[in-house]
Structures are given as structure tokens and as C-alpha cells.
Unconditional design. Structure first.
Length: 342
């Protein structure tokens, strides 16, 4: 007779040990992406330090030479001015692209490819629940994305500030690219891109369409928040005389037009100054007495930034909740499969 042997049972792994194993596995799996992200932050951070330091100083000195010129034959370092302008554009675009990079990686590599290859399903049949798998997938990247993009935004703001009042062609605070790259909205959009990529990856379960979907969702969110941002905070109204070519007031303009003698607001025909007689006749027929401009001055920068950031973070949270809900619906039978396999 063959002796019956009692199978040796291994102690069930603790929650802490299985979580640590999951984190180690994720680090090994996504090590190339981690290295690329760290390298990107270091390289772009170094370029921003170079921009705000030597490039800004050289351009500022060149503008001093130019402003001191009284003849057309004087010498100034035109190349230094051009280098500052070019590298400011390059680094600004690079900071603005960060949310799209995160969204593409999240949709394609972090979630979509794992589901497409079946490695996620394999992890679920072990000691890792789908919810814990997704939580581990999102937590560490979210921390790295927030720290990395936050550092680059801070460096961009510093580099931009270094040129203010020193470089005649330095971008104004309300320039579209500068406004976004200088504030927290980029960090919020990067986190929203991470969540959007994960959601679409879970929905599509394959890399390429998840990549495209993550990029598209991030672009739509950015366009939407850019459109509503000027209306998230009360504007300031500036009234100016018709002797100007157009309404005055430096900032983010929301509404412009003409004021009549009764205080009514009407459309501005964009004719020009009343010093030009045909325009004077046009304004007289309209009973226009001045321009008005509803706009946001520089003091509104952070209220606008923080309000829009809060909205995008709320959207990111909603996308994350939706991702967990989709995962729960699609893996409801995983425990049954595990039991039948034992």
C-alpha cells in the first residue's frame, strides 16, 4: 500500500509582506519608465537652472547694451537674446507636455499592456487582490509624478521670475504657456492624466488604444479647464478713454467693449482712437464715451491657479474612483476562479 502523506501547508503571507512583494514587483516591472522619468526631471531641471542663471544674465546684459545704444552701429550680444528666447520656449513646451507623457505611459504601459499580456490577471490569482494591485499601481507613480512635475514647475517659475524687469522681451505672466507652466495646474493635470490613462487602460485592455485614449482625455480636460479658468474668479473692470487705440488693462481679458453715456455696455467695432475722425463719427453714432475691460490683473494669478487646480484634482479623484469601479465589475469572478483552481 502506498502511504498517504499529509501535504505541507505554507503559512499564508501577511498583508504587509504581500504588499511589499507587490511593490518590489512593480518597481522591477516599470524600472525603465522610472529611470526615464527621473532622467527627464533631472535633465529638464538642469536646463531650467541654466535658463534662469547664465542664459538670463547674458540676455539681461545684452538688453542693457541695446538700451544704452544711441546709434545704429552700436554693439550688443544679439545671440544671447536669441538663445534665452529659444530655450525659454523649449523648456516651457517641455513642462507643458508632462501631463501628456504621464497619460500616455499610464494608459499604454502601466495598465493597458499589463491587461493585454495577462500579467495583471496572473497577479490576481496569487495573493494580490485586484483592488490592491490597482492601488499599488497608482500610488507610487502618483507620488513620483507629483514630486517631479512640482519641482519642474517651481524651477520654471523661478527661471521666468529671473528675467522679469531685466529682459525686455520676457513673457508676461498671462502668456498662455507661461501662465500654465508657472503654476500648480500642470501638476494637477499630470495626476489627472495618470488617472485618465488608468481608467481608459482598464476599459480598453490593450496598449495602443489606451495610449491614444489617455492622450485624448488629457487634451480635452486641459482645453476645458483653460476655457473656464477666466470665469472662476471675479474680474476687475478698467475704464479708459476713447483716445486710446483699444481698451487698456494688462492681464487676462474676459470681456471688452464700449460704454455709452447711460452706462450701457455695447460691442466694440474695433475702429481705433477718436483722434481718427471716421472713428470719432462712429463712436458718436453709438453714443460711446469710453472703453471697458473686464480682466484679471496679476494679483488674481494664484486664486485662478489654485481654483482651477482644485477642480482638476477633483476630476482626477473621480477618474480614480471610476477606475476602481470598472476593475471591480470586471474582476468580480476572480475569487471564484481562485477557489476552483485550489
Amino acid at each position: 500500500m502506498t502511504a498517504l502523506t499529509t501535504p505541507t501547508t505554507r503559512p499564508a503571507p501577511t498583508r504587509r509582506s504581500s504588499t511589499l512583494d507587490l511593490v518590489r514587483w512593480l518597481v522591477r516591472l516599470h524600472r525603465p519608465a522610472l529611470l526615464v522619468w527621473v532622467g527627464l526631471v533631472l535633465v529638464l531641471g538642469g536646463l531650467l537652472l541654466w535658463l534662469g542663471g547664465p542664459l538670463t544674465d547674458a540676455s539681461a546684459d545684452a538688453w542693457k547694451q541695446y538700451d544704452a545704444c544711441r546709434t545704429s552701429s552700436c554693439h550688443y550680444d544679439q545671440d544671447a537674446i536669441g538663445r534665452y528666447k529659444d530655450w525659454y520656449t523649449y523648456t516651457t513646451v517641455a513642462v507643458l507636455v508632462l501631463p501628456f507623457v504621464v497619460a500616455a505611459w499610464s494608459g499604454a504601459a502601466l495598465i493597458g499592456r499589463e491587461l493585454e499580456r495577462g500579467t495583471a490577471q496572473l497577479a490576481w490569482t496569487q495573493s494580490i487582490s485586484p483592488a490592491r494591485w490597482l492601488a499599488a499601481k497608482l500610488t507610487a507613480p502618483a507620488a513620483l509624478v507629483a514630486v517631479g512635475s512640482g519641482l519642474l514647475v517651481a524651477l520654471h517659475h523661478w527661471a521666468w521670475s529671473a528675467g522679469q524687469g531685466r529682459i525686455d522681451t520676457a513673457k508676461r505672466w498671462y502668456d498662455t504657456g507661461t501662465y500654465a507652466a508657472n503654476g500648480t495646474i500642470v501638476v494637477a493635470l499630470a495626476l489627472a492624466g495618470l488617472a485618465a490613462g488608468a481608467l481608459i487602460g482598464l476599459a480598453r485592455r490593450e496598449a495602443l488604444s489606451s495610449l491614444v485614449g489617455g492622450l485624448g482625455a488629457t487634451g480635452i480636460l486641459w482645453a476645458a479647464i483653460d476655457r473656464v479658468t477666466p470665469r472662476l474668479w471675479p474680474t476687475v473692470t478698467h475704464v479708459s478713454g476713447l483716445s486710446h487705440e483699444r481698451p487698456t488693462g494688462n492681464g487676462i481679458s474676459v470681456t471688452q467693449g464700449l460704454l455709452t453715456s447711460t452706462g450701457a455696455r455695447i460691442h466694440n467695432p474695433d475702429c481705433g482712437s477718436v483722434t481718427y475722425l471716421p472713428c470719432k463719427d462712429v463712436y458718436a453714432k453709438l453714443d460711446a464715451v469710453s472703453y471697458f475691460n473686464d480682466y484679471h490683473p496679476q494679483s488674481h494669478y494664484w486664486p485662478l491657479q489654485l481654483t482651477s487646480t482644485a477642480i482638476v484634482l477633483a476630476v482626477a479623484a473621480a477618474l480614480t474612483v471610476a477606475a476602481f469601479q470598472i476593475l471591480q465589475r470586471r474582476t468580480v469572478s476572480v475569487p471564484a476562479r481562485k477557489e476552483s483552481a485550489v
